[in-house]
Design a protein around this ligand. Structure first.
Ligand SMILES: [Zn+2]
Length: 223
């Protein structure tokens, strides 16, 4: 984790009202912190920008950090917790910024070239903000491949198995409805391969599925 903290807030030697923006040295400014999270699986990067910030710098930081958290933070395994926390904290910070008046340069601290940041496009008008969450939601929705329409599962007796590798082995098990194209029918589900007693079997790692070859359309050998 990293903790990127901006320079400490300036005091206000001219006796102006309140704190001064640490980014552009403009007034007025609100003491607030903007968070950003990104990560993949277990790798996590957590940034923090601590104010005070003026209205424009605060809004710019809020938009950038929030958009990046939405696009880059949802791939961490803790994202269902982390991303909402970041959103809630950043929205609270934004409330502080939107209450502020238009920034004006501090008479002493602000140099002539100091300008507030340009806020840029709102968070949800940046494609990256919603593309990643939508993609993730689609992946989650497609994950239960063993469930058919209506949530029916086929990894049980009565379901069927489809060959999913060109080599003809059941390396990657795919459970399908027996009404669909399939290669074998599940006869039993047992915790140990010995329970299949001479049947062919496939496994998904924790359970063993005893199967019988069953290819609709193939003529069974004469007995
Ligand atoms: Zn500023």
């Amino acid at each position: 984790m990293t903790d990127v903290t901006s320079a400490s807030a300036l005091d206000d030697p001219a006796g102006q009202a309140g704190p001064v923006c640490v980014m552009c040295h403009h007034l007025p400014a609100a003491p607030a912190t903007v968070y950003q999270v990104s990560g993949v699986l277990v790798y996590l990067r957590w940034n923090r920008e601590r104010g005070p910030f003026c209205r424009d710098c605060g809004t710019a930081l809020f938009r950038d950090a929030t958009a990046r958290s939405l696009s880059g933070g949802v791939w961490h395994f803790l994202s269902p917790v982390l991303v909402p926390v970041v959103l809630a904290r950043n929205l609270a910070a934004r409330r502080e910024f939107t209450r502020l008046d238009e920034p004006r340069p501090h008479p002493v601290a602000a140099a002539p070239n100091h300008r507030p940041l340009v806020p840029g496009r709102p968070v949800m008008r940046r494609p990256a903000s919603w593309l990643a969450p939508v993609l993730l939601a689609a992946l989650v929705a497609l994950a239960p491949l063993t469930a058919g329409p209506g949530g029916q599962r086929y990894d049980q007796v009565g379901g069927c198995v489809s060959r999913s590798t060109p080599l003809g082995r059941y390396d990657a098990v795919r459970f399908v409805s027996c009404a669909d194209k399939h290669d074998a029918r599940i006869e039993a589900v047992v915790p140990d391969w010995t329970g299949c007693r001479g049947h062919e079997y496939v496994t998904d790692g924790s359970r063993f599925y005893c199967i019988t070859e069953d290819r609709p359309g193939l003529t069974p050998p004469p007995s």
